[in-house]
Design a protein around this ligand. Structure first.
Ligand code: ADP
Length: 469
């Protein structure tokens, strides 16, 4: 096993990795920016090294500085967490060429899966179902037109190097196609330095369901069941759960088979996620693979009993998986609510100082966070400041447990989305498991309208009351 691991990340995931290393007797090195001197990961690691000023470009994305930190601290491996450099194949190569172990898949599989066009071509060969659309990248308007006609409108233009829901444009009719391509290309060029785009049929009411996979360097690959991630806003996940309330055993068997085939097609090593969109008739299509640990990994850990971070480390150290697919049994239900420092209904970031933070506790409640009372959230990074995860034997009980945990959570001084989660957990459609990827946005829009209506009605009756008096 490793002697010392450098964690090229911050926030709750850095803390999660530090905790795992400590349990395994591995020393840790935190890197931090000038804005993160007081961050929990900086304090909890055995050593901490400042790698640059606050903007991520100058610190958490600053490869020379991170490599220098690994050298001076004599680390023997680097864990990238998620986000930042986690899916940067070039960084993984630099790490390996400099003689460190990369805690993640090979740069080759990262490259194949990192580009959605090559990923789709590889999946096609492996027999994994794909959303109908263009054969690879679109090189001309005529090609796009033909692909859109063949798939049938509405279609969606997506960036080959896309991520975080950026560079996607939905096109409802032929007349808007040219403009949408132009916009998607310029957004993709600005965000990813690559304006390659491709086209897919836009599925109107799908669910986002993904499968966790884990592979070692000895040819073993297992799946760890599915996660339901349809509760999203702006293509960003807000609440995740495992298993999906929509899947039956037959669908699960097909889904898992496709996920393992996808992972095998790139000889996948480490923890990864195969994302699918599933139609109302339970047909499903591959959309992408994430070659890293996911934010929502705790729900899988809870229903599978597997410590995913520990296995990322073990596999990177060359160990064999000490269990097979048959040993894995899905146990109970888990839900994760992402706690964001933002206005809950406008979704605008709200950094600031946390006056008081009291975490919920009790049976089967897990908190993954890096915040504490008195901590000032810097405005430079993601607004996700923690995750609350609950587990129970069944989904209803798990929801109730999460509601209880949300009621206990105290966080003052900043605005968070705690109330959004409360409303969502009490929503009858959510409770019944009846939702798709548009559910949250549609429901928020309805609430906004009814709030406006309520406001107008109350202004009106106020006015009338005043006139009368
Ligand atoms: P990113 O890597 O930017 O997150 P994904 O391909 O994973 O992009 O898609 C993110 C989200 O966008 C999906 O969860 C889904 O909500 C929506 N989406 C992507 N492709 C389609 C499609 N063909 N039809 C409908 N929605 C889609």
């Amino acid at each position: 096993m490793f002697h010392k691991i450098l964690i090229a990340n911050r926030g709750e995931i850095a803390v999660r990795i530090i905790r795992c290393c400590r349990e395994l007797g591995i020393k840790t090195v935190a890197i931090y920016s000038e804005a993160d001197r007081d961050a929990m990961h900086t304090r909890l690691a055995d050593e901490a090294i400042c790698v640059g000023p606050a903007p991520a470009q100058l610190s958490y994305l600053n490869i020379p500085s991170i490599m220098a930190a690994a050298e001076v601290t004599d680390a023997d491996a680097i864990h990238p967490g998620y986000g930042f450099l986690a899916e940067n194949a070039e960084f993984a190569e630099i790490v390996l060429e400099s003689g460190y172990t990369w805690i993640g898949p090979t740069p080759d599989s990262m490259r194949t899966m990192g580009n959605k066009v090559t990923a789709k071509a590889t999946m096609k060969k492996a027999g994994v179902p794909l959303v109908p659309g263009s054969e690879g990248a679109m090189n001309s308007y005529e090609e796009a037109e033909a692909a859109a006609e063949a798939a049938g409108y509405p279609v969606i233009i997506k960036a080959a190097s896309g991520g975080g829901g950026r560079g996607m444009k939905v096109v409802h009719q032929h007349a808007s196609l040219a403009n949408a391509i132009m916009m998607a290309k310029s957004e993709a060029a600005a965000a990813f330095g690559d304006d390659t785009v491709y086209l897919e049929k836009f599925l109107e009411t799908p669910r986002h369901i993904e499968v966790q996979v884990l592979g070692d360097n000895h040819g073993n690959i297992v799946h760890l069941f599915e996660r339901e991630c349809s509760i999203q806003r702006n293509n960003q996940k807000v609440l995740e759960e495992a298993p999906s309330p929509f899947c039956d055993d037959d669908t699960r068997a097909k889904l898992y088979q496709a996920a393992v085939a996808a992972a095998k097609a790139v000889n996948y090593q480490g923890a990864g996620t195969i994302e699918f969109l599933m139609n109302t008739d339970k047909s499903f299509y591959f959309i992408e693979m994430n070659t890293r640990i996911q934010v929502e990994h705790p729900v899988t850990e809870w229903i599978s009993g597997v410590d995913l971070i520990e296995w990322q480390l073990r596999v990177a150290a060359g160990e064999k998986l000490d269990f097979t697919q048959k040993d894995l049994k899905m146990k109970g239900h888990a839900i994760e609510c992402r706690l964001n420092a933002e206005d809950p209904f406008k979704f605008t970031p709200s950094p600031g100082t946390i006056e008081l933070f009291h975490a919920p506790g009790g049976r089967s409640v897990r908190i993954d966070t890096a915040i504490y009372s008195g901590y000032t959230i810097p405005p430079y990074y993601d607004s996700m400041i923690g995750k609350i995860i609950t587990h129970a034997r069944g989904r209803q009980k798990c929801i109730r447990r999460m509601q209880r945990a949300m009621d206990e959570l105290v966080i003052s001084g900043i605005t968070t989305n705690q109330d959004l989660h409360r409303c969502l957990l009490a929503n009858p459609a959510f409770q019944a498991g009846e939702f798709n990827i548009h559910f949250l946005e549609e429901w928020l829009e309805q609430m906004r309208k009814s709030e406006v209506t309520a406001q107008i009605t109350s202004d009106f009756s106020d006015g009338k009351a005043k006139k009368r008096s």
